[in-house]
Design a protein around this ligand. Structure first.
Ligand code: FES
Length: 254
């Protein structure tokens, strides 16, 4: 409330509902955070053969009910999801687009164009902790292996006890990983990585093609960011409902 009062008390000339966008972002990001924490803490109903929730992939503990990478022994009693969330969370939190969104929505810094910043002084991202946002390119390096594992899970979702088949869950998991790929490879750091750092594309036709492709994705990065966020949540929800027996997964197995 103190922040709201501080913003209102400073003059601006906007009479449109500029507060609507930050409000929606608080609701969506806050809602996703609550959902992610609850399903991670539950440590149940994340696997409905052959579907695995993205919140639990890859599982690193021996306590999982599906094939695992048993790096952590039985002494670890918490949910394996807590071990996995770090990489995707760091990638999203340091994303240039999300930064813009949550700085506006949660910190009111500034809440909208031409609306004064709620903070008295503005230091950008030059001081701790915001200077850590510069780790984003390293977060990309962590996110790519996780994405590769999610692709493996999505392809595995077409195998029903060793037989090829297609279920609604297979399609849901495939769509989710396609959207996550669009988000990941449209990242500004990915665009730089595949060729953006070059001064010239002369004799670098492959890099030029990759850079062009990343640039096309990058042009709609905000859209990929939101759609892939929803798809992760909906994929988990679908698998969870199948695992709980609330819905039946329609399947075609020739
Ligand atoms: S800028 Fe958004 S994921 Fe890198």
């Amino acid at each position: 409330m103190a922040v709201t009062t501080a913003v209102r008390s400073r003059p601006h000339e906007r009479h449109d509902p500029w507060w609507l966008e930050p409000l929606i972002i608080v609701a969506v990001l806050g809602g996703f955070g609550v959902y992610a924490f609850i399903v991670s803490a539950l440590n149940a109903n994340y696997y409905a053969d052959p579907y695995l929730s993205p919140f639990y992939s890859p599982c690193l503990t021996t306590g999982c009910v599906h094939p695992t990478l048993p790096i952590i022994g039985s002494w670890y009693n918490l949910s394996p999801a807590f071990l996995i969330v770090g990489s995707p969370l760091l990638f999203r939190v340091t994303c240039y687009y999300y930064r813009r969104s949550y700085y506006r929505a949660f910190f009111w810094s500034p809440p909208a164009c031409t609306i004064p910043d709620a903070r008295a002084t503005y230091a950008g991202e030059t001081r701790f902790p915001f200077v850590l946002q510069n780790l984003h390119r390293y977060a990309l390096y962590l996110a790519i292996p996780i994405l590769a594992i999610l692709w493996w899970d999505a392809l595995d979702a077409f195998s029903f006890q060793g037989r090829f088949g297609v279920g609604l869950g297979s399609v849901v998991m495939l769509a989710n990983v396609v959207l996550l790929s669009g988000y990941t490879f449209g990242c500004h750091a990915a665009r730089y990585l595949v060729g953006g750092y070059l001064d010239s594309f002369h004799r670098a036709s492959l890099r030029f093609r990759l850079w062009s492709w990343a640039s096309t994705l990058n042009a709609h990065h905000a859209r990929w960011a939101w759609v892939s966020l929803f798809s992760v949540m909906l994929t988990d929800l679908y698998i969870r409902l199948v695992a709980m027996g609330v819905i039946v997964d329609p399947r075609w197995i020739p």
